[in-house]
Ligand binder design. Sequence first.
Ligand code: NAD
Ligand code: TYD
Length: 328
Amino acid sequence: MRLLVCGGAGFIGSNFVRLRARDHGDEVVVLDKLTYAGRRENLADVEHEFVHGAIEDPDAVERAIEGCDAVVNFAAETHVDRSITEPDAFIRTHAQGTFVLLEAVRRRALRFVQVSTDEVYGSIESGSFTETSPLNPSSPYSATKAGADLLVAGYVHTYGLEACICRGSNNYGPRQYPEKLIPLMVLNALHGDPLPVYGDGMQVRNWLYVEDFGRGIGHVLEHGRPGEAYNVGGPDECPNIEVVQRIIELTGSSPDLIEHVTDRPGHDRRYSLSSDKLRELGWEAQVRFAEGLERTVDWYRSQQWWWEPIRSGAYREYYERQYGRALG
Ligand code: NAD
Ligand code: TYD
């Protein structure tokens, strides 16, 4: 099929493009605004057509969607900390952008998959969220992602759009921008920089290897029932401090690098997803956290060409603003 992948130059989108073009033989068109997180380098080794533009720009969407059979939307602002200091772009991309895409898809009656997150359910002390759990977002990031999910549901209900929603848990793996916990800690550990753990570090995340999420989204694209949401949760949960300790072991760095810093405002304590619904449809996570983390550390260790331009560029200013200290 000819597939439009919005946000395909980012971390998860580019992994998905690789999977679809290589293993499924899809013809892929990528529409991406190339924010700080979107990089053409992420797609250097995979055949695709590229349209540079924003999902909130109807002209760009028209150009990209021409001749496509289906649309998968990854395009988003994705970092909770940035949504706390500068929420504007989150609202534009998630609300206006999703609306423009839905209109284009509706006019052509195309199949649509909205990529969403476990964060729309909020925090859970014990047990796991199912697809019928109420949406209870707690940051500008998750609130705008929840808004986009509701807009998709509204279009399904009102216009009979053939759309599904995939809610993934925390992803990790190659090509993740180093503002997120795992790549930030890996690169800091490799450089001997401090490892900034928010609060007590006992917040729990449900880790999902990026290729498992990509396969889950592909599975929903092909087999999902229109109008349904599907959770895509990782096989393992882990408190942040333990993630950091494992990274210290894998990189051979010192535990003295750990620094407990001021907690994130409104920090969600624990995320956990039940993926039973997608499992019934035939998907299963294949990569356990221990194995995926080792692969991820190896990838960052050997791909300096990928992260060096980030660590020496505008990321330094972001880092200084966020952590109140310069990178080494
Ligand atoms: P990312 O930040 O690495 O990439 C986002 C991509 O979207 C970039 O290529 C960026 O240039 C592009 N983009 C941003 N705004 C755009 C716009 N207005 N128009 C067109 N392109 C735009 O993000 P990611 O981690 O790959 O996340 C992809 C999707 O998966 C997001 O929708 C996110 O909410 C969701 N998700 C992420 C995680 C995670 O752990 N990273 C977990 C579950 C769900
Ligand atoms: P993050 O990767 O930003 O993903 P999310 O907030 O979407 O779950 O953060 C994962 C966890 O790691 C979260 O509990 C916040 C914590 N964290 C730190 O302790 N230190 C850091 O420097 C970062 C970026 C995150």
